[in-house]
Design a protein around this ligand. Structure first.
Ligand code: GLU
Length: 310
């Protein structure tokens, strides 16, 4: 079976180094296996994700020397497809409207997990039709899917065995927001499956989503892909990089560094080369292996610290 990898950025800002590391490792893994590499723009929330940001991502990837195969998919154009899969869940009686506000969700006595996630308390799970009709008068509902008390496990290429009990660590989750926008969890599963993705490489911050996604894959009759959740890049204070770190976005980096410098520094941080010397992405393909990757958060390569400090 041919490997099909993908990079699926959300264009709510310019790519930062953490996104570049993810794009690079996903590309290297796919290319190492002579596989395909797909690009999907996760712009479900069209208000937060203008097309101009997506265009910059495409341009930045070209600049980095990371090519992709086939057409770019834009999630903002695929609501009709997600609706078909929503209908499948509805047909199985798994969906219900949820009227809880954000504030109510956090105030509910549901357990908060150590990583800050809130387990849904099930407040709207068993509303009667009359209650639903009444609530609809004042508020548009989100749509939740009922999860079973099921242990869902997988073996991650980086993290090894990982298991969660859906009911205990997540609870019923949202597949469509109250403003009608489909949720990441549904869209990512439908798109990975329909584009034939066999390998998902993404940041470690998303590992807790994976059991939910594997469950949905199986429910739809898809074979779940393999997963590799990569360590996150941290700045000199040990803070994980985010889109707020504008110093480290590609707009500024492109003005200061060559693509080979950026790739070389990241490849060194990821254990792929011993010294942070300039290297083209394609030169790393032959030696790529998940075994080299550290299992802990990665330090921001020294060469990029200057803009932060100065
Ligand atoms: N769109 C997500 C992000 O940019 C990644 C989703 C995924 O790779 O599954 O963080």
């Amino acid at each position: 079976m041919q490997t099909i990898g993908r990079f699926a950025p959300s264009p709510s800002g310019r790519m930062h180094l953490g996104n570049v590391l993810c794009a690079l490792l996903a590309w290297l893994s796919a290319r190492r296996q002579n596989g395909r590499y797909l690009l999907r723009i996760e712009d479900l929330d069209a208000m937060r994700c203008p097309r101009s940001y997506a265009d910059l991502i495409l341009d930045d990837l070209r600049w980095l020397g990371l090519d992709w195969d086939g057409e770019v998919w834009y999630q903002s154009e695929r609501a009709a497809v997600y609706a078909q899969y929503e209908a499948i869940l509805r047909g199985q009686g798994l969906l219900y409207p949820c009227f809880c506000s954000r504030a109510a969700l956090h105030a509910a006595s549901a357990p908060h997990l150590s990583d800050g996630r809130v387990v849904y308390a099930g407040t709207c799970r068993d509303l009667t039709p009359a209650q639903v009709a009444e609530k609809r008068r004042s508020r548009a509902p989100a749509t939740r899917v009922r999860v079973p008390a099921a242990q869902i496990g997988f073996v991650d290429a980086v993290r090894g065995a990982y298991t969660e009990d859906l009911a205990q660590t997540c609870g019923d989750f949202i597949i469509r927001r109250s403003d009608g926008v489909y949720a990441y969890q549904l869209a990512v599963v439908v798109d990975d499956a329909l584009s034939g993705v066999t390998e998902v490489v993404r940041g470690d911050d998303l590992i807790a989503s994976t059991p939910r996604q594997i469950w949905l894959h199986r429910l739809f009759g898809f074979a779940p892909p393999a997963f590799a959740h990569i360590p996150l890049l941290c700045d000199h204070d040990g803070r994980r990089l985010s889109k707020r770190d504008e110093d480290l976005d590609l707009g500024l980096l492109r003005a200061r560094f060559t693509p080979a410098q950026v790739i070389g520094a990241l490849a060194c941080a990821a254990g792929l080369i011993d010294r942070p010397e300039p290297v083209a992405a394609h030169e790393l393909i032959a030696g790529f292996s998940w075994d080299a990757l550290p299992r802990h958060d990665l330090h921001l390569p020294a060469v990029f610290r200057t803009p932060l400090d100065g």
